[in-house]
Write a protein that binds this ligand. Structure first.
Ligand code: ADE
Length: 313
């Protein structure tokens, strides 16, 4: 382990010990002196501090626990290609959802599709966080374009998430989540950047996985990556009146879907880093009910596979 990693490791250890097992802060000076120590030396330090075996083991195990990444979508089709590449898969069924835990591109991951809507996705996210102890949660799926320059096949990386069907006015401002004092939930800055880079890399070479025929059939030409706000609600958006409502009240929104903001709220409440990637499957208009299923069936999962492959490397 290099000097850098040891510093990070010891700092993490300090945080863990102080938060979880209430070790006096003065003990940490002893750790600091051993930043460049070997694991053997670190164990000696723990013994010297008279941590009992249980606490010391807990601290070391927690410190070296591999990161667990949670990946969610609303529909099986949106993550099927990732499921196909998951290795050493263990399946758990809870609350009528199937959670697939395994190794994805060399990293520990747990994958689940929630089914549609805010309730389904919020309960699934809660289970994912509590039962699988995920260190970050990434949502992947499709969305309807709200901003007129977005086309089918473009990718949106969520900056902030909002629920366009939340309205407890006049008690609270429209869209504000009662008692939480929040309307917008921001995604994790570093994860967002990482996901953006992964998308940009994928989009550059999207023809490697999307055939010319598929691109033509689905009207995908020259796709782009956009970072923007996403709105969620328990409505499929296909009418001009729905789009006008969103654009009038939520000017920063670029696309609409049915889960992201609910998951963002759960992650906010549990303090789990959250990021989201949505591919535009339709233009939230009268063709949406035709474009959406075609895109989901033929393309969505290929995007997810290509983007996550880059993200994990
Ligand atoms: N997901 C994909 N397209 C959508 C739309 N038009 N409305 C809501 N969610 C969507």
């Amino acid at each position: 382990m290099g000097r850098e990693s040891w510093s990070v490791a010891i700092l993490n250890l300090e945080t863990i010990l102080s938060h979880y097992i209430l070790i006096p802060h003065s003990y940490f000076h002893a750790f600091k002196e051993h930043r460049n120590a070997s694991l053997k030396r670190l164990v000696e330090v723990l013994v010297h501090l008279k941590l009992n075996l249980k606490k010391a083991t807990f601290a070391i195990q927690y410190l070296y626990k591999p990161k667990m990444i949670g990946i969610m979508s609303a529909m099986r089709e949106e993550i099927q290609a990732l499921l196909n590449h998951l290795e050493h898969t263990e399946q758990y069924t809870k609350g009528k959802r199937d959670y697939y835990k395994g190794i994805l591109f060399g990293k520990e991951a747990v994958l689940v599709f929630s089914r549609w809507g805010k309730v389904a996705s919020a309960t699934t996210a809660t289970q994912l966080i509590n039962d699988f102890d995920v260190d970050e949660l990434i949502f992947t799926g499709v969305a309807g374009a709200i901003r007129p320059d977005l086309n089918i096949g473009d990718t949106v990386i969520g900056k902030q998430l909002v629920q366009h069907d939340m309205d407890a006015s006049p008690l609270y401002d429209i869209f504000e989540i009662p008692l939480l004092h929040k309307t917008f939930f921001e995604t994790h800055q570093d994860k967002r950047k990482q996901l953006t880079n992964a998308c940009q890399l994928f989009i550059k070479n999207y023809t490697d996985v999307i055939s010319k025929n598929e691109a033509r059939n689905l009207q995908i030409t020259d796709p782009k990556v956009v970072i923007g706000d996403i709105t969620s609600g328990d409505q499929f958006i296909s009418k001009q009146s729905q789009v006008s409502f969103i654009t009038t009240h939520l000017e920063s929104v670029v696309c609409a879907e049915m889960e992201g903001a609910a998951v963002a709220q759960v992650c906010y409440e549990y303090e789990v880093p959250f990021s989201i990637m949505r591919v535009i499957s339709d233009k939230a208009n009268s063709d949406a009910h035709v474009d959406f299923p075609l895109f989901v069936e033929q393309i969505a999962s290929k995007y997810a596979y290509g983007i996550f492959k880059n993200y994990f490397q």
